[in-house]
Design a protein. Structure first.
Length: 73
């Protein structure tokens, strides 16, 4: 399951990446395996996505969210 599959308000834990080399930008934001992530909302046109990771609110693109593997709920 990937981050893009969560619904607003749902939480999960990051378990890995769908690509061999995760984007450095996401790693720098603290999106590491084991971190809890909550999907806050989708923008009106669906991109970007607002999330909360390690107590910080972040905005990422849908294409980036599809790279983040999470625990299935």
């Amino acid at each position: 399951m990937t981050l893009i599959e969560l619904k607003p308000g749902q939480r999960s834990r990051i378990v890995g990446w769908t690509s061999a080399a995760p984007p450095a930008r996401l790693l720098e934001m603290g999106m590491l395996p084991g971190a809890e992530v909550e999907l806050i909302r989708f923008a009106p046109l669906g991109d970007p996505i607002d999330i909360k990771v390690r107590g910080f609110h972040l905005s990422i693109r849908k294409s980036e969210a599809q790279l983040v593997e999470i625990e299935s709920t």
